[in-house]
Design a protein around this ligand. Structure first.
Ligand code: DAH
Length: 348
């Protein structure tokens, strides 16, 4: 019996050594130490032995049990340790590694230009107004000194809304932001210092025109407003938006709603306003910015103001145009701004 015990011990330790996973370890444990296991079989066999022999063998079997149990304990601990090491290796993360930034877009260059233009004027006391971009013929033309079938209206290739007509004429997709002039006079009394930036619409599409674009309209009305202040504001805008070396000049022009009227030119950023060089961008050192002038007495009257008491100036320029005129922009076709081509937009 003793040799049987010895053999069992040898076999047990040998099998235990070969086990590599927990499932097989459990199986082996029940085979040896379980209720119906080999050790219990030995115990049962002992029942048939004589008293003194049973005593001796009993001790040996007990020792066997303890050493097998210990061996199992040892094996379990070392398996657990290896498992922990593997898990630590698999689940390891570098908590000091920099995070991954989610992809984020940015504002469209035209949206940025609108915000910048608005802030530029707000700094000198203009307040931003949002006047309707679809408005009555009255505010768009009539109140701006362009009655009924006046040929000046032909300058604006206008979209009309067919269905709607009211006491102020047809509804118009505003072809310029000048409708804000009489609108704001109806809303507030002088002093008025307003900038209205809005979408405008015309039947046009080429490299320097799109059918939906933006204008910003400035209007100042108070007592004793003269061309001097107009020139000051234009200079301020040119130097702030385009750069401190830029000059402006007023060129006589004609608009029905201003008298006198001007085209505003700004010195070219490429040749620095040098008329003697052949510049790829400008004509003789100057670039055209847009229209301006002293508010016509009839427009003041339409806004309920006495032209003897109040005077004012106005200007209306294209957002896309000033954006494209900015140094280094290099946009030679305005339509690309609205093509939704990310390769273009991402450059800004
Ligand atoms: N509304 C004119 C246009 O779109 C531009 C303009 C000219 C606006 C003179 C003004 C102005 O306020 O005084 O062509």
């Amino acid at each position: 019996m003793k040799s049987k015990i010895e053999q069992l011990k040898k076999d047990a330790l040998h099998l235990l050594e070969k086990v590599t996973d927990r499932d097989n370890l459990e199986v082996l444990k029940t085979e040896l130490l379980g209720r119906k296991g080999k050790l219990n079989d030995l115990m049962k066999e002992m029942a048939g032995l004589a008293d003194d022999e049973r005593k001796v063998i009993g001790q040996v079997v007990n020792e066997l049990k303890v050493s097998v149990e210990n061996a199992f304990g040892e094996k379990e601990r070392s398996m657990f340790h290896v498992e922990e090491l593997n898990r630590a290796e698999k689940e390891w993360i570098d908590i000091t590694a920099p995070g991954k930034f989610p992809a984020s877009g940015h504002l469209h260059p035209v949206t940025e230009a609108i915000a910048e233009i608005q802030q530029t004027f707000e700094k000198i006391g203009f307040s931003a107004s949002r006047i309707p971009e679809i408005d009555w013929d009255y505010y768009v033309f009539e109140a701006l000194n362009m009655p009924g079938d006046h040929p000046a209206r032909d300058d604006w290739e206008t979209f009309f809304v067919d269905e709607a007509e009211g006491s102020k004429g047809k509804l118009v997709l505003t072809p310029h932001t000048s409708n804000s002039q009489v609108r704001i006079m109806e809303l507030q009394k002088p002093p008025i210092r307003m900038v209205n930036i809005n979408r405008t619409y015309r039947r046009q599409s080429d490299t320097t025109h799109v059918s939906m674009f933006h204008q910003f309209e400035g209007l100042v009305i108070d007592r004793d407003i003269t061309i001097v202040q107009l020139k000051g504001v234009i200079d301020y805008f040119a130097k702030t938006y385009f750069g401190p070396t830029r000059q402006t000049r007023l060129r006589p022009h004609h608009f029905r709603f201003t008298e006198p009227s001007f085209e505003i030119d700004i010195s070219c950023g490429v040749c620095n306003g040098d008329a003697s060089v052949a510049c790829r961008l400008c004509k003789a050192g100057w670039l055209e910015l847009g229209g301006a002038g002293m508010v016509h007495p009839n427009v003041l009257k339409a806004g309920g103001l006495d032209p003897e008491e109040f005077s004012g100036f106005a200007f209306g320029w294209g957002v896309e145009r000033v954006l494209m005129m900015r140094e280094g922009m290099n946009i030679d076709d305005m339509r690309v701004l609205y093509k939704n081509d990310l390769r273009f937009v991402k450059q800004f």
